[in-house]
Design a protein around this ligand. Structure first.
Ligand code: DLL
Length: 433
């Protein structure tokens, strides 16, 4: 269902008029209220009046995560603390997190955008939805929660973890939609199987909204099959808002960006040159309605594409493709660039493997080495040594011929790779740079 037809299916010309007005407002807001932007604009000799068309965005400087860290915790806020009603932070594991603040209006906007997202994924007001994204500084839980309340659905705010209890409540409360990371969805499915619960017979689940980490279409099919649901992708990042920055429709062919709130560009991560529509590069986002912490040309580090092709669903907003990796997560192994998702796609072409894998990168002597540990499915007996050896060999040679890297493949027993209740850890890089 389309939550807000007036906005999601807006005429492009009208939309662009709205975008330019909002862009001019946000430039004026940050140049008055955020010393960081005031100084940057001054250095680059940019005046608010210079931004006359949407194309003029190219004149504006980029913002990176380090800028938020350098101004830790509240230096990038554009309003007084008395107007901030909520604080979240990024889920980064190294150093200080980036901190974001929301005004009442920002929370209302976020709820609206998550209502669009959840409706697009199948949620309706008479349904029960289980929010198994983490609640806390991470934006997943509360973002989905407020959006689901806006839709008018009944929300179970269970957060991540305690999987058996999740499943019990799913049964007892007749949950129809689940929201969590895709890797946690698979873990829930596995635990259900162990408990002898058949989603088709024992549950009312129909829909799932998954995001916060990269996942392939084959992983989607597996989740859809195992949980007997339609699985929808949602993208977001705390620096921009949280979940709801882009979301799929029932066509499952890219994630619509609510362009009445965000402007998107794709740039070459090395030259920072803006790339033509359709080309692969780093996603850059400008918020045009945020009050608490507006960000101008934020470099997400996420590698994807933008498509402006018409979508059969009727939404007129552009779509971003699946996130293919991060410009900072890209592994360089013996000089070859590779994203974990490329390896995942390849692995998933082999029917006997599970989407649970880990890439272990090391340096032996002066040479990089890559070991891929991947779980075999239950129906492939691990004592069939010859069959396993053949499979390992076939995977290694496919990876070499397709991606140009030599990797040692280790097939491991089902359920031996550590499961996550939030984002899965796919890469262990032991190299010291
Ligand atoms: O992960 C917000 C979120 C919560 C999104 C729940 C979706 C659902 P951060 O912790 O700041 O925020 O991490 C943001 O996660 O830059 C991407 O690299 C990655 N990411 C988020 N959604 C997707 C997705 C939340 N659907 C970072 N596909 C982003 C691939 C995703 N990667």
């Amino acid at each position: 269902m389309i939550w807000n037809k007036a906005r999601e299916c807006m005429d492009r010309q009208e939309l662009e008029q709205l975008q330019i007005e909002r862009l001019q407002n946000v430039i004026s807001h940050v140049s008055k209220n955020v010393p960081f932007y005031k100084d940057r604009f001054h250095e680059l000799d940019i005046d608010c009046c210079d931004i006359k068309t949407l194309d003029d965005i190219k004149k504006l400087p980029f913002t990176i995560k380090q800028d938020l860290r350098d101004n830790y915790p509240f230096g990038m806020f554009a309003v007084h603390m008395s107007d901030i009603v909520r604080i979240h932070a990024s889920s980064g594991t190294t150093g200080k997190p980036s901190v974001v603040g929301y005004t009442q209006k920002d929370i209302a906007t976020w709820s609206e955008l998550m209502a669009r997202t959840l409706s697009s994924a199948g949620l309706e007001r008479n349904m029960v939805v289980q929010v198994a994204f983490g609640y806390g500084l991470f934006t997943g839980g509360l973002g989905a929660h407020y959006g689901a309340e806006r839709v008018g659905a009944s929300v179970i705010p269970i957060s991540g973890g305690n999987t058996k209890r999740q499943i019990m409540l799913m049964q007892d409360f007749c949950t129809e939609m689940i929201c969590c990371t895709p890797s946690y969805a698979l873990y829930i499915a596995e635990t259900m199987a162990e408990m002898g619960i058949d989603p088709k017979k024992d549950l009312k689940l129909k829909y799932g909204l998954f995001g916060a980490e990269p996942w392939t279409n084959s992983m989607r099919r597996e989740i859809e099959e195992k949980l007997n649901i339609r699985a929808t992708d949602v993208y977001g990042l705390s620096e921009i808002m949280g979940p709801g920055v882009a979301y799929e429709c029932e066509c499952q062919n890219g994630m619509h960006v609510p362009e009445d709130h965000f402007l998107v560009e794709i740039v070459d991560p090395n030259t920072l040159e803006v790339l033509p529509i359709g080309e692969k590069g780093e996603l850059v986002i400008t918020t045009i309605t945020k009050e608490g912490i507006p960000v101008i040309r934020y470099r997400t580090r996420d590698i994807t594409t933008i498509s402006a092709d018409p979508c059969p669903c009727g939404r007129t907003n552009v779509r971003i493709g699946k996130v293919l990796g991060r410009s900072d997560d890209m592994l360089i192994i013996r000089g070859v660039n590779v994203f974990p998702s490329q390896i995942e796609s390849l692995l998933m072409e082999f029917g006997d493997l599970e989407p649970h894998y880990q890439l272990i990168v090391d340096r032996i002597g002066n040479l990089d080495s890559l070991e891929i540990q991947v779980e075999i499915s239950e129906n492939l007996f691990s004592d069939e040594v010859k069959r396993l050896e053949d499979l390992q060999h076939k995977i290694s040679s496919d990876i070499l011929s397709t991606l140009g890297i030599s990797a040692k493949v280790k097939l491991v027993e089902p359920k031996t790779i550590e499961r996550s209740e939030g984002k899965a850890k796919r890469v262990i890089d032991k190299r010291v740079f």
